[in-house]
Design a protein around this ligand. Structure first.
Ligand SMILES: CCCCCCCCCCCCCCCCCCCCCCCCCC(=O)SCCNC(=O)CCNC(=O)[C@H](O)C(C)(C)COP(=O)(O)OP(=O)(O)OC[C@H]1O[C@@H](n2cnc3c(N)ncnc32)[C@H](O)[C@@H]1OP(=O)(O)O
Ligand SMILES: Cc1cc2nc3c(=O)[nH]c(=O)nc-3n(C[C@H](O)[C@H](O)[C@H](O)COP(=O)(O)OP(=O)(O)OC[C@H]3O[C@@H](n4cnc5c(N)ncnc54)[C@H](O)[C@@H]3O)c2cc1C
Length: 675
């Protein structure tokens, strides 16, 4: 038996797809170890997939697109119960990476009744509850004795947390907080699983003590009776209705009518209110925003995964879809042969790799900050906030664009829910909004960049942190791309640094200049904000390139290194062309250098072509996880599209009631009136 580098090859597969896999030059299991940041985790993912494959009770009973929302919620709850019961046979206890994979395989990306429980409720309790409070609630939450969510956003306010309307007023006499929703716009609105599933929530409310507003604070709040699941007195609660996607999650609304909770339900790891109402300040004003930073840090990886779902589907399908000829004397080609198709897909394959490598670095920094903050050291919080704000925005934006390109690259069948593309897009694009609307988060990063720019301008570049040290460096007069005999990544990195530095300093100049002309700070900020956000994007894209370079430098296996180097070449050339206005406007890069960049881009599209399928196979998504007829591992698309269509609920009968009731009489009366 031949041992192929691509481990997805099976007998009986569509030969067009097998032919692609045979040309792969590297071991896909080894590449999976790069993607999932460790050989052990990549292996565990495969083992978990195999365990699930052998347990039919954990499989979808029918394709999701054929189910109503209610059916999906029921089905997801059934599976959730089973995986909770058998968790320890499938994954290592409390391993969140393994849990994430288990959920994606069994429950899928449309959400489930305990989605926010794992993503935000437990992280909020872990980071913000005191040890005593953790003993009371965290263990119960981990054991799933209670179901919780994170309720912050309101109908009228999501971004501007200082103007939330839900109040928590301290009553010294009873040592209780009184939670109240004064208006319709003060209703909590959006929190995942708040509507129907959760019986507890970490609620963010403005805290008032003796008439003074202490700003947003987090409280542990019981919402429903633990036995009957009926809403408690003083609580108005429900589901907000269907969304673009993610409909298995019951995003909800919540109102309080003078609802009392004990003083000790304020999460008190970093902040305290004494019985007499004395307030003890936290070591950092934003320390209780940690659950948001948790999601922002992890969602970079989550977005890369969803982008790769779409790319896996489109690249496999493009290898079995034949349409048209390039040489008219030859048979029809796989659509993957078209340069336009490669240009649509391959740069996004490179981006997905770049994002997952940047995501791994972000999680590492997040974990370090979490440990440091637990011991009272908050020095890196601002850096982490700036980094995650930029990355969540840039990565979610390009992820959504990439998924949409992948959808269009599948032609008509991409528009069918059999492709599953619309759900993947819908879930992923939510990331542009949740955890901070993208423009708003770019502006958060811009604050950090402007502070750094003012250090540069006042001759204090030595004080710049490592993420922004390049802002204080001197540029070459022009880019050295194609001006040295062996142009390497260093010339590209310097070019991206030049572009990001110039835009940051220019946007900061604009802002400071407006203030010098007498504009008030917030007005000057608003008038500079488009330019500031451009700087934030360029800074983040530079970071992503650098993370990619760092990873490629670390890789030892020569076959992996070669293909990852090809992808990196593709990435830097595509990125530079995409932001060429910035490079051209001050003459840092010339049009002849851009011609070189274009040639390089086309060269690497062709060089990557034989590895394209192996590059997407390396993410090792099972068919169950992908839930896409077009993306099937075996490539048997057409017969399965036909089977899928036949299974559509509309095909249960030949004549629909709507026809009996309306169309037949309509046609009959049209015929009669013609007589
Ligand atoms: C995922 C985990 C998996 C875990 C498993 C792990 C396994 C691993 C596997 C990996 C895969 C996982 C994949 C997951 C996929 C999920 C799929 C789908 C799930 C869908 C779920 C959807 C969930 C969605 C939930 C939600 O959506 S929950 C609601 C989120 N809502 C927002 O995000 C509001 C935005 N708004 C603001 O964040 C604020 O409003 C505001 C703008 C900052 C101003 O904040 P404000 O308090 O007004 O600030 P200012 O007073 O203006 O002060 C400003 C000053 O503070 C500073 N500063 C502000 N912040 C912070 C901060 N943090 N830290 C430090 N400093 C900060 C700032 O730098 C400035 O400093 P300066 O420049 O002054 O020095
Ligand atoms: C799928 C999904 C799941 C969610 N889950 C949860 C959850 O579990 N818990 C929870 O609490 N919330 C949740 N949310 C809410 C989410 O966090 C907010 O919707 C998000 O933070 C954006 O806030 P917003 O809706 O107030 O948007 P807005 O702030 O009203 O945004 C509208 C527009 O105004 C602009 N804008 C607003 N402020 C500024 C500014 N200062 N400067 C420049 N432009 C500005 C924005 O850029 C945007 O273009 C979820 C949302 C979604 C879509």
């Amino acid at each position: 038996m031949v041992h192929h580098q691509n481990k997805a090859i099976r007998e009986g597969d569509n030969p067009d797809l097998t032919a692609e896999r045979v040309t792969g030059t590297f071991d896909t299991h080894s590449m999976a170890a790069q993607i999932y940041n460790s050989e052990a985790h990549a292996r565990r993912r495969r083992e978990i997939t195999e365990i699930i494959a052998k347990r039919p009770e954990l499989h979808d009973t029918k394709p999701f697109p054929f189910m109503t929302r209610e059916e999906k919620i029921l089905e997801s709850s059934r599976k959730l119960t089973l995986i909770t019961k058998h968790m320890n046979e499938i994954i290592e206890p409390n391993n969140s990476n393994e849990m994430f994979h288990l959920n994606n395989e069994v429950l899928g990306i449309e959400g489930h009744p305990m989605a926010l429980h794992g993503i935000m409720f437990i992280p909020a309790l872990t980071a913000q509850a005191s040890e005593e409070q953790q003993k009371k609630w965290l263990t119960r939450a981990i054991n799933r004795e209670i179901v919780g969510t994170y309720a912050q956003t309101e109908l009228g306010h999501g971004t501007n947390l200082q103007n939330l309307e839900t109040t928590a007023t301290y009553d010294v006499a009873t040592q209780e907080f009184v939670l109240h929703t004064p208006t319709i716009t003060g209703l909590k609105w959006w929190p995942g699983n708040l509507g129907k599933s959760s019986n507890y929530a970490v609620v963010v409310a403005l805290m008032f003590i003796k008439g003074k507003n202490y700003g947003p604070h987090t409280f542990m709040v019981p919402l429903r009776d633990e036995k009957t699941h009926q809403p408690l007195k003083g609580i108005t609660i429900g589901d907000i209705g269907p969304k673009i996607a993610y409909n298995v999650t019951d995003n909800g609304f919540l109102g309080f009518d003078h609802y009392r909770i004990p003083r000790t339900n304020l999460l008190m790891r970093h902040t305290r209110v004494e019985p007499d109402g004395t307030y003890v300040k936290p070591p950092h004003a934003k320390i209780n925003y940690s659950a948001m930073v948790h999601v922002r840090s992890h969602m970079i990886t989550g977005q890369a995964i969803m982008l790769s779902y779409a790319l896996t589907i489109a690249t496999r399908y493009s290898s079995v879809r034949r349409q048209g000829q390039i040489d008219t004397t030859q048979p029809e080609v796989k659509v993957l042969e078209y340069q336009t198709q490669q240009h649509r897909l391959f740069p996004y394959i490179a981006r997905a790799y770049a994002f997952v490598f940047a995501g791994a670095e972000t999680v590492k920094l997040y974990e370090r900050v979490l440990e440091e903050v637990a011991t009272g050291n908050v020095s890196l919080m601002a850096d982490l906030h700036a980094l995650t704000s930029g990355l969540k925005s840039v990565v979610s934006h390009y992820t959504a664009q990439g998924i949409e390109q992948a959808r269009m690259a599948c032609g008509g069948h991409g528009y069918s829910q059999a492709s599953y593309m619309s759900e993947i897009f819908g879930v992923a694009v939510g990331g542009c909004t949740y955890e901070g609307e993208n423009m708003v988060m770019l502006l958060q990063l811009a604050r950090y960049l402007v502070k750094s720019a003012s250090l540069v301008k006042t001759g204090q570049s030595s004080k710049l942190g490592p993420l922004v040290a390049y802002l204080g460096a001197k540029s070459d007069s022009t880019s050295l791309i194609d001006r040295t005999p062996t142009t390497g990544f260093a010339e590209y990195v310097k070019t991206f640094q030049h572009i990001a530095r110039r835009q940051t300093l220019k946007a900061a100049d604009k802002f400071f200049g407006l203030m010098e002309k007498g504009e008030k700070r917030p007005i000057a900020w608003n008038k500079s904000s488009v330019e500031l956000n451009r700087a934030s994007r360029l800074h983040t894209r530079l970071y992503i390139v650098e993370a990619f370079v760092r990873r490629v430098e670390e890789v030892a296996d020569p076959r992996l290194k070669e293909v990852l180097t090809d992808l990196l070449h593709l990435h830097v050339n595509y990125e530079l062309l995409d932001m060429s206005t910035y490079a051209l406007e001050d003459g840092f890069v010339s049009s002849s250098q851009l011609d070189y960049v274009r040639d390089q881009l086309y060269f690497y599209l062709a060089k990557i072509r034989p590895n394209a399928v192996s590059l997407v196979d390396s993410w090792e998504f099972s068919d169950q996880e992908l839930r896409s007829v077009l993306g099937r591992r075996d490539g048997h698309v057409y017969e399965n599209l036909f089977a899928w269509a036949k299974a559509s609920p509309l095909n249960k009968t030949d004549v629909l009631p709507s026809v009996d009731k309306y169309l037949k009489p309509l046609m009959e009366s049209a015929r009669a009136s013609k007589l």
